[in-house]
Design a protein around this ligand. Structure first.
Ligand code: ATP
Ligand code: MG
Length: 393
């Protein structure tokens, strides 16, 4: 049989519960799949209300299944093989699948799109099942078969499929609004960014740099990290904030134990101004409860109290070992552990408070006029774009 008619059937999972938004979601998923698979221009996409079909033409399933498995918003997908509309061919193909799987129970499920096919769905089911029963030890289980084998009879060709490959789940990036992610060069924030994207949120990034204390290599690191996330979101905008002057001032006035708390409050003040200006609905960070002094519940309260918009922390309850597992899967881990300095490591202190007091914070912040400093810093923000697409945007 000519495999040029083989195709991939994409299922939506959680998406299908989305009521009247479903059409928007499916359209977005189709667009995102096309972008992710742009290096395979001869693929053909057929976007239907219940599935997306990707016609392989001259492409190989093995080459692209890894990409499809990484696009948010699809629950599973199957390679649907084209078979001639001939009952013996269908029987042989079904038998081949059953033997390959070596399971115990099966069921044949036939759907006829072409009602003129000489056999009814039930007759096809029985004929194909008969072949498997007579040549293997399989039993039929109509209620919960280990191996459901699906047959679709179309006017020109028949299709057969069984194996389901797991998709990433979540929602297509872009359907859930836009947020501003605080991205350091560390392990956590790229993972947090991925989890936001997986829920359909389009992200912009903000990075606080402290030149000349942090080298230009930090920007290369950020670009490399984001190029790993481009598979989920092909265009990512980064606001790079020149944070040196503010940091120096903080270390002058704050004393070591409160420096980090004040610094985080300044970061949040700048981030939310950027967010408001660029219509990002919420902020997001890679913080996890208790991971470091600035991430205790008390610290979170004192830092977030400067924010007028919500801060989402996708990793709030996740253990570091599990975050590292994710980072390895996302291929960001090796980039994150490159030994380039982050603005926080340069100015790091030995005795950061884990329970900052509001009065003390107020006292320190009253010692200097940070409004001007913030204004200057804000004006110095530079934008870079990290994209997997050829054209600039
Ligand atoms: P990460 O591995 O993401 O750097 P971390 O464990 O090092 O996190 P912190 O340095 O306390 O933790 O940072 C907590 C969060 O604050 C980060 O996940 C990130 O969202 C934000 N953040 C920290 N430093 C920066 C920075 N230089 N630029 C932008 N965001 C930052
Ligand atoms: Mg960090």
């Amino acid at each position: 049989m000519d495999h040029s008619k083989d195709m991939i059937m994409v299922r939506f999972g959680e998406l299908s519960t989305k009521g009247k938004n479903i059409r928007v979601f499916i359209k977005k998923l189709g667009q995102n799949l096309k972008i992710a698979l742009k290096d395979y221009p001869s693929l053909q996409f057929d976007i239907k209300h219940d599935h997306i079909y990707i016609h392989l033409n001259d492409n190989k399933f093995e080459d692209i299944k890894g990409i499809i498995a990484r696009v948010p918003g699809l629950s599973s997908f199957s390679l649907v093989e084209a078979v001639e509309r001939d009952i013996d061919q269908l029987k042989n193909k079904a038998l081949e699948i059953a033997k390959e799987k070596q399971l115990n129970t099966f069921k044949i499920i036939t759907k006829r799109v072409d009602k003129l096919f000489p056999m009814s769905s039930d007759e096809i089911n029985r004929a194909v099942a008969g072949k498997i029963l007579s040549e293997t030890n399989y039993k039929v289980d109509v209620h919960s078969p280990e191996l459901p084998i699906n047959i679709i009879i179309r006017p020109d060709v028949a299709y057969i499929f069984s194996k389901k490959f797991k998709g990433l789940g979540g929602y297509p990036v872009g359907v859930a609004g836009k947020a501003l992610m605080l991205l350091s060069g560390g392990i956590d924030s790229p993972v947090a960014a991925f989890l936001m994207m997986k829920r359909g949120v389009k992200l912009e990034m903000i990075h606080f740099a402290a030149p000349p204390y942090t080298s230009e290599q930090v920007i290369v690191k950020i670009e490399d990290l984001l190029s790993k996330l481009n598979i989920y979101q092909p265009r990512i905008k980064v606001y790079v904030v020149p944070f040196t002057d503010i940091q120096k001032k903080i270390y002058e006035v704050a004393g070591t134990s409160y420096a980090i708390t004040i610094m985080r409050r300044m970061m949040m003040r700048i981030a939310q101004r950027v967010a408001k200006c660029h219509h990002d609905l919420v902020l997001a960070t890679g913080e996890a409860i208790g991971q470091v002094a600035s991430q205790t519940l008390q610290s979170i309260v004192s830092i977030e109290s400067v924010c007028q918009i919500p801060v989402i922390r996708p990793l709030a309850t996740v253990d570091k070992v599990d975050i590292i597992d994710w980072a390895k899967k996302l291929e960001t881990y090796d980039i994150s552990i490159r030994p380039f300095e982050d603005c926080c490591t340069i100015f790091s202190v030995k005795d950061p408070t884990t329970a900052p007091k509001m009065e003390r914070i107020q006292e320190i912040e009253n010692k200097f006029d940070f409004t001007d400093l913030l204004e200057q810093t804000y004006r110095g923000i530079k934008v870079i774009n990290v994209t997997s697409e050829k054209e600039e945007f």
